[in-house]
Design a protein around this ligand. Structure first.
Ligand SMILES: C[S@@+](CC[C@H](N)C(=O)[O-])C[C@H]1O[C@@H](n2cnc3c(N)ncnc32)[C@H](O)[C@@H]1O
Length: 269
């Protein structure tokens, strides 16, 4: 599957995604994944950053609020329009533009850091996206990105929950079956009733790779691994959002921070 075809699926998802995520239905992102990503992020105040697959721009805005000079790019025009509308309403100095992250228009060494929140795994040619991120980074620059955890969200997974909705186990299979755009159909799990009726489910092409594939692609692009995190919801978050109990059975997200130059050791926990 080509990037353009993937982009067409995301364009089809965009209006529902924008409405539901901005209404707070993406609890995995808002209550766990983005806070964990930002906790892991080095100080970006005064740095120039690029956010790949920025969607409607909520996460890009959080980077700008930390003092970074941001450009957000996405392949789906409706996401970029929504991100620009937020920027117009409440300016943070962010430029949003339509770009394919596997074929960027920016010159070499343009950015101090690059981020990708849950977008690289949605690209058919993840190697190329990593090579492009490496190319546009300054020599001391870093790439931080989050993906679905390749070990625990393989193509087939079933979460087992008790009567209170608490997850206690998962069934996994097909870990070694790389997928090339198999379309998964789903909703934000907290959307229900009228919200679900108002929107068709999302259709997301998947490009599953194993953990070893990711490590190989990272090395081949020229990066060194600087930090790795597997976010888990704390007690309070699980009390508030029982769905997130699944992240205490196994991690479902994996966060990487990579450097062009391997000067720093893996950070201590
Ligand atoms: C799961 S959404 C994440 C959006 C946003 N980063 C967030 O965390 O809310 C994945 C995003 O990646 C974008 N995307 C997929 N392939 C892309 C590509 N080749 N170049 C740029 N963006 C892409 C999609 O349009 C979508 O907005």
């Amino acid at each position: 599957m080509e990037s353009s075809e993937v982009g067409a699926y995301w364009e089809g998802n965009a209006s529902a995604w924008i409405e539901l995520s901005r209404a707070g239905y993406d609890i995995y992102r808002d209550a766990l994944n983005t806070p964990a990503f930002l906790a892991m992020l080095p100080d970006v105040d005064g740095l120039s950053g690029l956010d790949l697959g920025c969607g409607e721009g909520t996460n890009t805005r959080q980077l700008a609020q930390r003092g970074a000079r941001m450009i957000g790019v996405d392949i789906a025009p409706t996401f970029i329009s929504a991100a620009r509308a937020s920027e117009t309403a409440d300016p943070l100095g962010i430029a949003f533009q339509i770009e394919d992250a596997t074929d960027l228009s920016f010159p070499n060494d343009r950015f101090d850091f690059v981020t990708a929140f849950m977008s690289l795994m949605d690209m058919p040619d993840q190697s190329k996206a990593l090579v492009e991120a490496h190319r546009v980074l300054t020599p001391e620059g870093f790439l931080q990105f989050s993906i679905l955890h390749p070990c625990f969200i393989p193509p087939t997974r079933k979460t087992l929950r008790n009567a209170d909705g608490m997850a206690y186990a998962v069934e996994l299979s097909d870990y070694f079956r790389r997928t090339e755009g198999e379309v998964e159909t789903w909703h934000f799990s907290t959307a229900s009733g009228r919200k679900l009726d108002a929107h068709p489910p999302f259709k997301v092409p998947r490009f599953h790779r194993t953990l070893a594939d990711w490590i190989a692609m990272i090395g081949a692009a020229g990066f060194f691994l600087e930090a790795l995190e597997e976010p888990m919801a704390d007690d309070e978050t699980v009390r508030k959002y029982p769905k997130l109990s699944t992240t205490r059975v196994t991690p479902i997200f994996l966060h990487f921070r990579l450097r062009k130059r391997g000067t720093a050791p893996l950070h201590p926990r």
